[in-house]
Design a protein around this ligand. Structure first.
Ligand code: VAH
Length: 318
């Protein structure tokens, strides 16, 4: 039986990943790690054990791992791309100094570690169409630099000390549960709220700017299925490209209009978000993930849009 610690359990991915892991491994076997001031609430707080885990303080990680006999750590502690550009030192402290602390505890205690990378780990020089698994990574954001370093540091701990480190390069992730905070791809979440509320959406990303995107249920399954994969099948360990769909704001608006014919969108391009978005792939090649551990997405744009609108209407009582 697995004993799992989710670090950053109150974030966009962490909050839903914790609940998915509890459903899979049992509520008492999945510990929700959090930092003071970001306490879990509701079902996340009531359905299983909690622990204060501040990645910048290795002692808190070691104590939680020892107390709960953790064998697998999902590390979701990070600042997202836009907010990281305004707080680069904090982004590094949480993303990399924090990762070092986690990997040291994992080495001492024999834990496996999942730390997501991102399409943000690529840059302008990376081939944008069918971005290969192994290619040039020269990101120009501190978020991207921290994600490339995440991949390389995780690989180093794997090859040097045998720590079982694994990760995927997530696309922009879309969910109706926990809103994202400070990301370049947040527009693809915010637009659905505008559609359900009958508001005109003001899009910060230029028409024609395609990015890889993924619905949260697929993202959660990718993380869990990679961590459960037979290690003897893996040629790569860190930074698997995983893709599901690729769209620009126009494609997304047209899909929403199939359900909300009166939906309106205007553009007010955010220069920082647009510059970051243009440095990221249009669509990744995820054949390595499909061949090495059987990755297969289940949500495309039409299916995700129908589900997002239905679930948001229920949540917003629209
Ligand atoms: C962001 N949603 O926009 C995050 C994610 C690939 C995008 O990293 O920063």
């Amino acid at each position: 039986m697995k004993n799992v610690l989710v670090v950053g359990s109150t974030g966009q991915i962490g909050s839903e990943l914790t609940m998915a892991l509890r459903a899979r491994y049992g509520n008492t076997n999945v510990v929700a790690g959090y930092i003071p001031g970001c306490e879990p609430k509701g079902e996340l707080a009531e359905s299983g054990p909690l622990a204060i885990v501040d990645v910048t303080d290795g002692k808190t990680i070691a104590e939680a791992v020892a107390q709960h006999r953790i064998d697998t750590i999902y590390n979701l502690a990070a600042l997202l791309s836009v907010v990281a550009e305004s707080k680069p030192r904090l982004a590094w402290r949480v993303g990399i100094d924090g990762l070092w602390n986690i990997l040291e505890v994992a080495h001492d205690r024999g834990c496996a570690v999942f730390t997501p990378s991102s399409i943000g780990s690529f840059g302008l020089e990376t081939p944008h169409d069918h971005t290969p698994q192994d290619t040039i990574q020269r990101p120009r954001t501190i978020y991207g630099v921290s994600k490339v370093t995440t991949e390389l540091l995780s690989e180093w701990f794997h090859h040097k000390y045998g720590v079982d480190t694994r990760s995927v390069r997530f696309p922009g992730i879309i969910s109706y549960v926990t809103p994202p905070g400070g990301g370049t791809t947040d527009y693809a979440v915010d637009i659905y709220y505008s559609a359900v509320r009958g508001e005109t959406f003001v899009c910060p990303i230029k028409a024609g700017t395609r990015m890889d995107m993924m619905y949260m249920p697929d993202a959660l399954r990718a993380a869990i299925e990679l961590m459960e994969a037979d290690p003897s099948r893996l040629t790569h360990h860190n930074g698997f490209n995983v893709a599901a769909m690729s769209f620009d704001p126009e494609m997304l608006r047209e899909e929403i209009r199939k359900h909300v014919p009166t939906f309106k969108m205007v553009y007010d391009v955010d220069p920082l978000k647009q510059a970051i978005a243009e440095s990221w792939p249009d669509v990744m090649d995820d054949s390595c993930a499909r061949n090495e551990w059987g990755w297969q997405h289940e949500y495309d744009l039409p299916r995700m849009t129908a589900d997002m609108l239905e679930k948001l209407r229920a949540r917003l009582d629209a």
